[in-house]
Design a protein around this ligand. Structure first.
Ligand code: CO8
Length: 255
């Protein structure tokens, strides 16, 4: 199966497995990713990890061989479908973490950019090389990359199509951290830094930050006030503050 879904305790793991094409995204694979994200949404898990099978590639992008000789209408529909499927990660009830274990180019980097967090192995190489094919990024890259690394760096990466190595990616904030050893194990260790907190507070905070760069400050502050008030009404907030006063570890119950 080119898109595998398994559980590691309370964490879902999606693995792209099409190693003969460096885990490139055929249209069928994009649809499968959408179906798997829908399944994760109804699983009782606390995070989603996404990685590529093998040690060479996370995902080499859209399947270039499928892209030729298409009508403009089919191309537009394909772009919109990919965008909609990657956007499902924004509304997934748990945070997602891309484990970039090698190449992440084009649609592969765009998939990683749609995740909440990105971790990269030291051999990782990433970029949006569409310009070299006479194309432009279509699965969210022109919109999410500037939000992550700033407009000037995004324009440089997109207009030159150049490859960024792992160290540079970490330095410019394209990835949160570099990881050593088994990427999935490292990903699980990373998720443990937040999966113990209550899901409502995690999701209110994630939703507020996700809107931060989309709305005027005054509107963003209203979103923060609304979600902050909702967080305050949860039993988890009561428990967290009581545990602090009683000098004990809180027991959050996701409510
Ligand atoms: N699509 C299809 N096949 C691919 C892809 C790809 N993106 N990338 C690699 N492959 C295949 C190769 O063709 C090769 O297969 P074969 O052995 O049958 O020829 C196999 O994978 C191994 O690849 P290489 O021999 O090239 O491996 P290298 O280690 O020498 O090079 C690279 C690795 C640098 C990653 C190189 O394969 C490469 O440049 N790949 C293309 C990367 C790229 O340009 N990605 C962007 C694609 S465009 C895109 O993602 C647009 C997204 C929005 C589209 C909207 C559509 C509607």
């Amino acid at each position: 199966m080119p898109v595998n879904l398994e559980r590691r305790d309370d964490i879902a793991l999606l693995t792209l497995d099409r190693q003969d094409a460096l885990n490139a995204l055929s249209f069928a694979i994009i649809d499968e990713i959408g179906a798997v994200i829908d399944r994760v949404a109804s699983m009782n898990v606390r995070a989603l990890l996404i990685t590529g099978a093998g040690t060479k590639s996370f995902c080499a992008g859209a399947d270039i061989k499928e892209l030729r000789n298409r009508s403009f209408a089919a191309q537009r529909a394909g772009i919109e479908r990919g965008q909609a499927i990657f956007a499902k990660l924004d509304t997934l009830p748990v945070a997602s973490v891309a484990l970039i274990n090698g190449y992440a180019f084009g649609g592969g980097l765009e998939l990683a950019l749609a995740c909440t967090f990105r971790l990269a192995t030291r051999n990782a190489k990433m970029g949006l090389p569409e310009i070299k094919l006479g194309l432009t990024p279509g699965y969210g890259g022109t919109q999410r990359l500037p939000r992550v690394v700033g407009e000037a760096r995004a324009l440089e990466m997109i207009l030159t199509g150049r490859t960024v190595d792992a160290e540079e990616a970490e330095r410019i904030g394209l990835v949160n951290r570099l990881i050593d050893g088994d990427p999935v194990e490292a990903g699980i260790v990373f998720t443990r830094e937040f999966t113990g907190y209550g899901l409502p507070a995690l999701n209110f905070a994630r939703a507020a930050v996700q809107r931060a760069l989309d709305v005027p400050l005054v509107e963003g502050l209203k979103i923060e006030a609304d979600l902050g008030t909702l967080a305050y009404r949860t039993g988890d907030a009561e428990e967290g503050m009581a545990a602090f006063s009683e000098k004990r570890k809180p027991e959050f119950r996701d409510g």
